[in-house]
Ligand binder design. Structure first.
Ligand SMILES: [Mn+2]
Length: 321
């Protein structure tokens, strides 16, 4: 990774201004890595802004907002980013490489150069015309990458940022259960050594009681299809992809479950399916049949024009094979 770090450093240093942007619906991995990179860019005495698609007060939960409220972070928005773009602005995209996922795809056209740092499986809808991209699906998270970059540069950051970065690693690995390698623990160890606080990460990840109860009710619709394999078909209520992901994570925490699938309506015409594996089976292969994809242990797909029951039957056919 050292070559990549040197390359990024060189590119940052050759620009005057840097905009950091992640995907829409910013999460802890995207925000933590953006903040970590922000500290790096600032330490090179460059102007830096983190682009967010709506008011930071609305997108962050209250606890997180309180934590960063006193910090001097330059967030830039749809109506202000133009002032920040000139002929020597660099855009760093983190935690996605798909154009449709970007918080704002227009920015790419207004900057001189763009680099991409991502850990999702490479897709065909990647952003074109970039200076270079580093896409490594062996990384648990972009925070893992940025933690090593900080360590390599020997930079200390605000413990609050280290905490947000650690939260991102915990969420992206489902508390160090999936996509976790020795490097993931080394990154977490480094972040803890510079002040990341594990009690605060727990605080940040807390969720509303009603939401948790609703997800538990959904989980209760799960049945054992075959030993070790659990399928959870939901009802006609609309759910989010995050709901599906969390419920399938919950399935894997149940005794003897090695494969978990959750199927629910994302909108009236679209069914989402989320799949989890304990590592013995590659669920991305199964999701590819539904034109989805992901990692071996975590994958998903979205199917248009089919009902939950139809998707459930197709899934069972695939599992038989
Ligand atoms: Mn991520």
């Amino acid at each position: 990774m050292i070559e990549v770090f040197n390359k990024i450093t060189e590119v940052i240093k050759s620009h005057d201004k840097v905009i950091i942007m992640a995907h829409r619906h910013i999460d802890y991995d995207a925000l933590g890595s953006a903040l970590g990179l922000y500290e790096i860019v600032k330490s090179f005495n460059k102007d830096c802004g983190i682009y967010v698609d709506s008011d930071i007060k609305e997108i962050l939960n209250a606890k997180l907002f309180d934590l960063i409220a006193d910090m001097d972070i330059n967030f830039i928005y749809r109506n202000t980013y133009n002032k920040f773009c000139d002929s020597n602005t660099l855009l760093i995209i983190v935690d996605t490489h798909k154009e449709e996922m970007l918080a704002n795809k227009e920015i790419v056209k207004h900057v001189k150069n763009t680099i991409i740092i991502d850990h999702h499986i490479k897709s065909n809808e990647y952003i074109k015309d970039v200076l270079f991209s580093y896409i490594d699906s062996n990384l648990s998270s972009i925070n893992e990458f940025v933690a090593f970059y900080l360590k390599y540069l020997n930079k200390k950051i605000d413990p609050v940022i280290a905490t947000i970065m650690l939260t991102g690693i915990e969420l992206d690995t489902n508390d160090f259960h999936s996509k976790t390698t020795p490097n993931t623990f080394m990154a977490a160890s480094f972040l803890t050594s510079i002040g990341a606080d594990t009690y605060t990460t727990l605080e940040l990840m807390k969720e509303d009681k009603e939401l948790t109860i609703r997800r538990n009710n959904y989980l209760s619709k799960s049945y054992l299809y075959k030993p070790g394999i659990m399928i959870c078909p939901l009802d006609e209520h609309l759910v989010t992809t995050k709901d599906l992901a969390i419920i399938s994570d919950m399935q894997l925490r149940l005794t003897d479950i090695e494969l978990g699938f959750v199927i629910g309506y994302l909108n009236k015409k679209k069914v989402g399916i989320s799949a989890r594996s304990n590592g013995k089976y590659d669920v991305s292969k199964i999701m590819e049949f539904f034109n989805g994809g992901g990692h071996a242990t975590e994958a998903a797909a979205q199917i248009e024009g089919k009902t939950i029951v139809e998707v459930e039957e197709l899934l069972k056919d695939l599992l038989k094979r």
